[in-house]
Design a protein around this ligand. Structure first.
Ligand code: SME
Length: 150
């Protein structure tokens, strides 16, 4: 997708979510709404979902796409790296990311965005693509903005 189209599409999704997420404060409902909309509107999203820290473990939350790992081995892979570094990570080629956890071998690139509450990271939004190098700074900008709606 070209960059103008991507920007416009994120803007529309963001505006739509801003309205939709007023309906409840329930975080699981909000996560489910975010992933449903993103996954169905973004052709480069192959797996779209949340992982939450629960009792020190990283456990899958609402997601769309193929079956995913329910628990991610501690301090391994992209999602844990995002939590430990406290910043968004864009991985152009997952095979080149040491320790990457392959829930589905078709995933080739990935973006992982931290979720913040009271200066603490409580989980991540994780998106995988079947294409190499599928995510750019536009994805980072909008996904960071979208998770603030949680
Ligand atoms: N690739 C992630 C695991 C989650 S799946 O992509 C759905 C990781 O390395 O943490």
């Amino acid at each position: 997708m070209n960059k103008d189209l991507l920007e416009r599409r994120y803007k529309r999704i963001y505006n739509q979510l801003s309205d939709l997420l007023l309906k409840t404060n329930d975080r699981i409902a909000r996560m489910a709404t975010i992933v449903a909309l993103l996954h169905h509107k973004m052709p480069h999203f192959f797996w779209t979902g949340f992982y939450r820290i629960v009792n020190g473990e990283l456990i899958v939350g609402p997601y769309q796409g193929p079956l995913a790992c329910q628990v991610l081995e501690k301090n391994k892979g992209v999602c844990w790296a995002c939590i430990n570094r406290r910043e968004t990570i864009i991985v152009p080629d997952v095979e080149k990311f040491p320790g990457h956890i392959a829930c589905d071998p078709r995933s080739r690139s990935e973006i992982t965005v931290p979720l913040w509450e009271d200066n603490k990271v409580y989980g991540v939004l994780d998106v995988d693509s079947k294409e190499l190098n599928a995510f750019c700074e536009i994805d980072r900008f909008w996904l960071e903005k979208i998770v603030k709606l949680l």
